[in-house]
Design a protein around this ligand. Structure first.
Ligand code: NAD
Length: 308
């Protein structure tokens, strides 16, 4: 089969290698990978390889450009090569499920997997995006337990945030979305959250601006998980002006490029004290995956500085 992927080593550049590699990348090295496409932009290798090195673990994290009919073979390779596991990103998060042996509760509720753990040939799928978001707030002293959350979006970022927040004890989650392809699947997820957790969850029409604005005003946490704020929508915010927000709330944007989105600027003008971009969620999901593979805490402060 013709393979269009570029595997020319001479086209890759390495900087900063200061000497021969010893006690690392040897016969004992344990491999973890990322199965996705596109993949070259990912910060995950930087996060995980630096965490392995910092903790003195002989692990290696590599990216594999995999999708479609290569996915099943790639999952078999996790077993065959005795890899510890993998991260999974677009477009494989749902497609990988039939090839795994089991799912944890969050992955089952989300219907998506971003982490695979190989326990002696048994592959379990997890979703760490949502708990990564929850933990990134917790790191800064902000708990979701008992809180009312308005969540914009119902896609790949929003659903894990809703599921993990509900499992972490959020009192109420009000999801606002436009009537697009995510609306019907989101209805099912909302029903599942109401059935499986003590959290009250609802799906609301983003087109009803007044209801959206009122919900934000009543909330402890507002999270935008739509991607509005990221190029080419970087001069846009669903929250139109500072009067929509209040000082004591948490404002979180899942976007991390740019580091300060239009929403975050509006929140700053409103005097909001706790404002976060999506970098905490990226590191948080990585830290949760790292713990699943190694049993160890990722040195989050150290890694956050490296990827910022
Ligand atoms: P997605 O396409 O799966 O979902 C996007 C959602 O936003 C959809 O429900 C859509 O209806 C809604 N939406 C899109 N444009 C809108 C608009 N103009 N007005 C109102 N609603 C709109 O995408 P996703 O994978 O959920 O990603 C969303 C954002 O979150 C992206 O910016 C992505 O980079 C970011 N993200 C961040 C992390 C992280 O770890 N920080 C992880 C995943 C995604």
């Amino acid at each position: 089969m013709q393979d269009e992927r570029n595997n020319d080593i001479n086209e890759t550049a390495i900087t900063g290698v200061t000497g021969p590699i010893t006690d690392w990348l040897d016969g004992h090295t344990i491999l973890v990978g990322l199965l996705a496409n596109p993949i070259r932009h990912s910060v995950s290798p930087t996060m995980h390889n630096n965490a392995f090195a910092k903790l003195g673990l002989n692990g290696l994290y590599l990216c594999f450009e995999v999708e479609g009919d290569r996915l099943e073979g790639a999952v078999k390779a996790i077993r065959m090569l005795g890899m510890r596991g993998a991260n999974v990103s677009m477009p494989n998060k749902k497609a990988i499920i039939p090839y795994l042996d089991k799912l944890d509760k969050t992955a089952e509720m989300c219907g998506a997997v971003n982490t695979v753990v190989n326990d002696h040939g048994v592959l379990t799928g997890y979703t760490t995006d949502g708990i990564g978001w929850v933990n990134s707030l917790k790191e800064d002293g902000q708990e979701v337990a008992g809180k009312v959350i308005t969540l914009a979006g119902a896609g790949g970022a929003a659903i894990p945030i809703a599921v993990s927040s509900a499992l972490a004890g959020a009192a109420e989650i009000r999801i606002f979305n436009i009537h697009d392809r995510n609306w019907e699947p989101a209805k099912e997820k909302v029903a599942l959250i109401n059935q499986e957790t003590d959290c009250r969850c609802s799906l609301n029409a983003m087109e009803n601006k007044e209801a959206f604005k009122k919900s934000i005003a009543e909330s402890d946490i507002y999270c935008d998980a739509t991607g509005v704020g990221m190029p080419p929508l970087d001069d846009l915010s669903l929250v139109e002006d500072p009067s929509w927000l209040h000082e004591d709330m948490v404002v979180s944007d899942t976007v991390y490029q740019p580091r300060e989105t239009k929403l975050m600027k509006i929140a700053k003008k409103a005097g909001v004290k706790h404002i976060y971009n999506g970098l905490g969620m990226v590191v948080g999901q990585g830290a949760a995956s790292f713990k699943l593979w190694t049993g160890k805490e990722m040195p989050v402060d150290y890694i956050s500085k490296i990827v910022d």
